[in-house]
Design a protein around this ligand. Structure first.
Ligand code: OSB
Ligand code: MG
Length: 376
């Protein structure tokens, strides 16, 4: 295959909505998910296809972006403006996307699909294009809100499977008791909690009482747009705060870390606008000596594969959320199962790019609104 030295001409795109039922409803402080619904984008060029999924939800209950909003923006503006153009690298595409404000999840879909396409055109794994240093990545599980007995059973089975960290979703009124029960049963495991913004500084007494459980970190206790109060809270806690929702860019990260609003950073490539941004966040965090880890959004195998490649970068030094796809779905939309072994996910290398392939036959049965978009 010849490589076009001037770059990749993006010839066409396909956008669809995919809905996969979840094996178990996933409950967090802001909502309950019974299915994983997401937009899937394919970018075509050089007789190749780059694929990525979006992490926005049907409703704006994690961050502001929604599936309807993001797909409309993609179809009406982003895709028409890049189709028929040549980009020499994903960095050039990222610069091209900069004038559009916000919309990091929509832009990430495009940028991530282009990274896949670009690394396929170079015939190298995405991990190599990114500069990753590992063959496999450490992973833990994220357990939705559930009664204590059910949670203890889920913790036990996750530990039996070898997962390296347990993250418990918490919410006001569902916190100290459940954390205490898990910590009593397992005094030595890596244990974390994620509040998905449910608390405010008026909950300071409860948040302080979490300090006694030797948690690795408390994820996003306060508002999604609030470094100021997180900095105050961090000054009152021994446990590190980890920011998830609040971090959308490297600049956000610098500002948050300068005022000591966190001591750990969760990176979701789909949340922060793509790999160029994810890598910049990774590097800024490293400069502050702050570890990062790779978050998840209940992704299908496509998003899961992207996450694993990203997590091979050197400062991803805590276990991520990319656990086995079979914990979420009866059947995935890719041909190569992504399953953790002893708490490790191997980087998928079934071909260049993201290293997994779509099970197109099954995909079609769980798709709607399939649209083919060509240059206008
Ligand atoms: O805050 O990390 C989060 C899932 C949906 C929305 C937000 C979050 C999560 C998770 C699940 O924690 C991570 C995963 O298992 O993919
Ligand atoms: Mg989180």
């Amino acid at each position: 295959m010849s490589i076009n030295a001037s770059g990749i001409l993006v010839e066409a795109a396909e956008l669809r909505i995919v809905e996969l039922p979840l094996l178990t409803p996933f409950v967090i402080s802001t909502c309950t998910m019974t299915a994983k619904t997401f937009p899937l984008l394919s970018l075509k060029g050089e007789d190749l296809e780059g694929i990525a999924e979006g992490v926005m939800d049907p409703a704006p209950d994690y961050l502001e972006e929604t599936i309807v909003g993001a797909t409309t923006f993609l179809k009406q503006q982003l895709l028409p403006s890049i189709l028929g153009k040549t980009f020499s690298s994903p960095y050039e595409l990222q610069d091209y996307l900069t004038p559009w404000r916000g919309n990091h999840m929509a832009k990430a879909m495009l940028e991530m699909a282009f990274w896949d396409l670009w690394s396929k055109s170079l015939n190298i794994p995405l991990k190599s294009a990114l500069g990753g240093v590992r063959e496999k990545v450490d992973v833990g599980v994220s357990l939705g809100i559930a009664p204590i007995d059910k949670t203890l059973a889920r913790v036990e089975s996750a530990l039996d499977e070898g997962y390296k960290r347990i993250k418990l979703k918490i919410a006001r009124g569902h916190d100290v008791e459940i954390v205490n029960a898990v910590r009593q049963a397992y005094p030595h495991i890596h244990l974390t909690v994620d509040a998905n913004t449910d608390y405010s500084l008026s909950d300071i007494a409860v948040l302080r009482s979490l300090d006694e459980f030797q948690l690795d970190y408390i994820e996003q206790p306060l508002g999604f747009d609030d470094y100021h109060d997180h900095a105050h809270l961090q000054s009152l806690l021994n446990t590190p705060i980890c920011l998830d929702e609040s971090i959308r860019s490297a600049n956000d990260t610098r500002k948050a870390l300068q005022i000591r609003a966190a001591r750990v950073i969760n990176i979701k490539v789909g949340r922060v606008g793509g790999y160029a941004s994810a890598r910049a966040i990774h590097d800024v965090s490293a400069a502050f000596d702050v570890p990062v880890w790779c978050g998840g959004m209940l992704e299908s195998g496509i998003g899961r594969a992207h996450n694993i490649h990203l997590a091979t970068l050197s400062n991803f030094s805590k276990p991520g959320d990319t656990s086995s796809a079979s914990r979420y779905f009866t059947r995935d939309i890719i041909n190569e199962p992504l399953e953790a072994i002893d708490g490790c996910m191997s980087v998928p290398l079934h071909g260049p790019g993201i290293g997994v392939t779509l099970d197109t036959e099954y995909l079609d049965t769980v798709s709607s609104n399939v649209e083919h978009i060509s240059p206008t």
